[in-house]
Design a protein around this ligand. Structure first.
Ligand code: 5GP
Length: 125
């Protein structure tokens, strides 16, 4: 099964309320919270509440309602953080997947990184 979901992953535990989080936004289908080890002044993780492993799993298998809610929430979080180039200095989104993507938590999540210059997109190695 390509997208077998492990319901013991740390974000599943956060969604079940077993582990606390600093919530930035919550909707019926989406939760956004502060990363526990922020890499930038703003480092927010956006996750669907549904059990999806990677961005492509979410894109292929989530309902239209979940996908719409996720991306609308993302936009609203950017506004809330005032990081959109419309309002602020911009941001980067990253979603790591699988081994080469060095994904630590196997529940689809978007990193929103902002609040300082972020340099070039990728480093060698
Ligand atoms: P990945 O490497 O899977 O893309 O990123 C996982 C992210 O989850 C890391 O940035 C890590 O700091 C964050 N993280 C891991 N455990 C927890 C936790 O218990 N709470 C929160 N808020 N973030 C976590």
């Amino acid at each position: 099964m390509p997208y077998a979901y492990d319901d013991q992953n740390i974000f599943a535990k956060i969604l079940r309320g077993e582990i606390p989080n600093k919530t930035v936004m919550e909707t019926d289908h989406t939760l956004a919270f502060a990363d526990i080890q922020p890499q930038t002044p703003h480092h927010v993780l956006v996750i669907p509440k549904g059990a999806y492993v990677t961005a492509d799993d979410f894109a292929l298998n989530a309902s239209d309602a979940e996908i719409t809610d996720f991306w609308r929430s993302f936009g609203k979080i950017c506004t809330k953080l005032a990081v959109s180039p419309d309002q602020g200095a911009g941001y980067r989104i990253i979603s790591n997947a699988g081994e080469d993507g060095v994904q630590d938590v196997p529940h689809f999540h978007l990193h929103i990184l902002a609040g300082r210059p972020l340099g070039r997109m990728l480093q060698a190695g």
